[in-house]
Ligand binder design. Structure first.
Ligand SMILES: [Zn+2]
Length: 799
């Protein structure tokens, strides 16, 4: 009978699971590794240790009974209903119960020698953070995750839905998958997210955002579950978007706008340079492949646009209804759309067709003309993204443009663009007596787009200094960076010293880095010395190293090594070291080695060490390769802090170095990497070896090793590993000839920059000379007039 029930008991034992369940314990090489066992499943890794239907549409309530050493903490989803001695000496049994249905990927178990940091209570529900005892102190956990309770208060009120679970626990693990994961009422965090005091300044804001993200999954993903991973945007885009909403409510519109800039750039980098796909699609080779920049920032932007179309008064209550109506159920995209439509009365099919089921985004060309006779400014907008081969069409949308018509008088106009009319073009005629002082496209971030708009240096400079929104000022900074003239350099650097918002200062640093002239480098060094926000310092260092010019790199080395160095942050130092490696060759290897061997207590979680490793890879010299190869075997890297990350970065750096080595040297090292790909005990290290081998091309032996790895790797990684094998085939043709082309290209770039600087200098001198000439002509003129007058005088007199 269709409705018949059968009870099944499965008794099973798992030994050394390939994935899904991770174990850590002290070993011979690392006697201080934490005692820890934890699961991590997304998207399809529960199946490696748990008999289950490993798909989000299949859900069960849970009773988890854990038998463990009685000095360890044992955690799982839901509520602890029992903990007592198990009867065996030194052992205990803990029983956790979750009454709501849970898909396999959200089930979680963690057992470890944990310390516990009390995170307070939200609506009577306990909040706590656990972390490995020998790695962290309570204050480290509080510093990193101590705002959790406040975030919960905010979120419950924003969504107008109470937190559904009996507790909100988080734990920190070491090794394993990396990243953070939203298991029902038991969020997991990789150890790299824990901040010391210094890192908190550079990365605290980011950890806060991830905290909000995982918490948002409570409502988007955990309590309202997606029916299939093809609707993953209903959880990931939402979790990502809640980060932005939290920023807005906590730090204001400027913070929201800056995050919109970052998210747009991240999405565009993927959609423009790698591949473009609809947000919801059945065409994917693995559910895990969907978790990309389309899904996170691309989807977050789409939710933001929906919110702007509906307005806050309609949008948030509709979202609240969507959650409450679907609590404990599974959902698909159309159910979300229908609730928004019902609540707003707006048809949203067109929006969903072009933004959720369609590909691409508007790429705009904007220009304006001012006609003084007719007293009007005409703003023209053209869509340039259409690409039939890729299946990208024209979009329907409204575009806001802000115009400063006269000193401090602003007007926002809306240009309507319809895919069916005027080939997707649009324009607006604005009455204006004077030429506009500023023209800003989409000043309030209502449309995901890129824009090609060059209104001239005067307008850009005014926008950078007086633009009313962060979006406007960031655009002006980036456009001035494209102009790349001495005047643009000064405009940018001057604005950096007066700009109050840290994000815009980062955009300015990036733009100056793009210009990369000696004047820009000098100004960047000055800015670095006076900058007080550690997040901006990192961007300045990155900008300084943009061109791997020796003088710029010398500046970085000076900044890094001088006694009162402004580079105090771990990420700033890591970035500085990375940049130093760009000066190819062995000249800085000794310095980099010093940082690689720096005692752990002077570092935090291997951040600086990873910078040194990456830099050694960038030097592309045999001496660096030797150093890196020595660190490759398990146990060769000293210390356990950040061990997984450091080891993976070593493999990556070896590939960087080796891409430029001779065929025979490459062959030797490939053999070593193949050995580690087969034998290393860390799966993620083996994945790093696979990536490196793929980059090194079709060296004898590597393809077979990669192929074997693809047969044995985790299911959800298999398409990725297949792509690595294919890539290795493509790299075949890339021999030493390719290396010499790249080297030539680099030196051409340097020559070009020198040439441009000379042109700039000549322009400068020409300007000065023409000023001088004009002044001397004026003088001559007035002298001539003078002598004419005196001549006239004398004539009169004589007359
Ligand atoms: Zn997520």
């Amino acid at each position: 009978r269709a409705s018949a029930c059968r009870e099944i008991t499965v008794i099973f034992k798992v030994v050394n699971p390939k994935s899904g369940f991770y174990f850590s314990a002290p070993d011979e090489e690392y006697p201080d590794l934490p005692v820890l066992a934890n699961t991590d499943h997304e998207t399809e890794r529960a199946r490696y240790w748990l008999p289950c239907m490993d798909h989000p549409s299949v859900r069960t309530t849970l009773t988890v009974e854990i038998h463990a050493r009685d000095d360890l903490v044992a955690l799982s989803n839901g509520k602890l209903v029992l903990e007592k001695p198990s009867g065996e000496t030194g052992k205990k049994v803990s029983k956790w119960k979750l009454d709501h249905p849970c898909p396999s990927y959200l089930l979680c178990i963690a057992v470890g020698d944990f310390i516990q940091a009390n995170g307070g209570e939200h609506a009577g529900k306990p909040v706590s953070i656990f972390g490995p005892r020998n790695f962290f102190r309570e204050e480290d956990l509080q510093r990193s995750f101590g705002r959790t309770k406040d975030m919960m208060d905010w979120m419950a009120s924003k969504l107008d839905v109470p937190f559904p679970w009996p507790k909100y626990y988080q734990f920190v693990y070491s090794g394993g998958v990396g990243g953070a994961m939203e298991n029902i009422s038991l969020v997991s965090w990789a150890d790299a997210y824990v901040n010391d005091e210094i890192l908190a300044g550079e990365r605290g804001w980011f950890v806060d955002l991830v905290n909000v993200h995982e918490m948002a999954h409570t409502f988007f993903g955990d309590a309202v579950v997606i029916r299939d991973f093809l609707h993953a945007w209903l959880k990931e885009s939402w979790a990502n978007y809640m980060e932005l909403v939290w920023l807005e409510d906590t730090y204001g519109t400027e913070a929201l706008h800056y995050q919109l800039v970052l998210e747009r750039d991240q999405y565009v980098a993927e959609a423009d340079k790698k591949y473009v796909r609809p947000l919801v699609t059945r065409h994917h080779d693995s559910s895990w492949s969907m978790f990309d920049s389309h899904l996170y920032p691309g989807g977050a932007w789409r939710l933001h646009m929906l919110r702007r179309i509906l307005g806050d008064e309609v949008f948030w209550p509709a979202v609240s209804i969507y959650i409450q109506k679907n609590l404990w159920n599974t959902v698909e995209t159309n159910e979300f759309r229908r609730i928004l439509e019902d609540h707003s009365g707006l048809p949203l099919e067109c929006f969903f067709d072009q933004w959720i089921y369609g590909k691409g985004f508007p790429k705009l060309k904007v220009s304006f003309t001012f006609n003084s006779d007719r007293g009007e400014t005409i703003i023209s907008v053209e869509q340039k993204q259409q690409d039939n081969a890729k299946g990208i069409g024209l979009f329907d949308f409204e575009l806001e443009v802000e115009v400063e018509t006269s000193e401090d008088v602003f007007q926002i106009v809306t240009v309507e663009l319809r895919s069916s009319e005027l080939e997707g073009k649009g324009s607006y005629a604005l009455r204006s007596e004077k030429r506009p002082l500023q023209v800003v496209v989409d000043p309030n971030g209502k449309l995901l787009h890129t824009v090609d708009f060059t209104p001239g240096i005067e307008i850009l400079q005014r926008t950078l200094n007086r633009g009313r929104t962060v979006l406007a000022r960031c655009f002006a900074a980036s456009a001035l960076g494209e102009l790349s003239s001495p005047k643009a350099t000064s405009a940018l650097a001057d604005a950096a010293s007066t700009e109050s918002f840290w994000g815009v200062r980062r955009s300015i640093a990036k733009a100056l880095g793009k210009i990369g002239s000696s004047a820009a480098v000098t100004r960047l060094v000055e800015l670095c010395k006076q900058e007080s926000d550690p997040r901006v310092v990192v961007s300045i260092v990155e900008a300084l190293g943009h061109h791997s010019d020796e003088s710029a790199l010398q500046n970085i080395e000076d900044l890094l090594t001088q006694p009162d160095s402004p580079l105090t942050g771990h990420i700033a130092k890591m970035t500085a070291l990375k940049m130093l490696g760009k000066q190819r060759g062995p000249s800085r290897v000794a310095l980099l080695k010093r940082y690689l061997e720096q005692p752990l207590e002077e570092q935090w979680w291997g951040w600086v060490r990873r910078g040194a490793v990456a830099a050694l890879g960038s030097t592309r010299c045999e001496e660096s390769l030797q150093v890196l190869l020595e660190k490759l075997p398990y146990g060769a890297v000293r210390g356990t802090h950040g061990l997984t990350g450091v080891r993976s970065s070593i493999v990556e750096a070896i590939a960087d170095c080796l891409e430029w080595a001779s065929g025979s040297r490459r062959g030797e090292v490939v053999e070593i990497l193949c050995h580690h790909l087969r034998t290393d005990k860390q799966y993620h290290f083996r994945m790093a070896c696979a990536r490196a081998l793929s980059r090194l091309g079709d060296v004898p032996g590597s393809r077979a090793a990669l192929h074997r790895f693809s047969l044995n790797c985790v299911n959800q990684d298999r398409p990725k590993v297949h792509r690595l094998v294919q890539n290795a085939r493509r790299v075949r043709s890339r021999d030493n000839g390719f290396a010499s082309i790249i080297a030539e290209n680099e030196s051409t770039k340097k020559d070009l920059r020198k040439l441009r600087e000379k042109v700039d200098e000549m322009e400068h001198r020409f300007e000065a000379l023409s000023k001088e000439w004009k002044a001397s002509m004026k003088e001559k003129d007035s002298n001539a007039k003078q002598s004419k007058i005196s001549l006239d005088d004398s004539t009169t007199k004589s007359a």
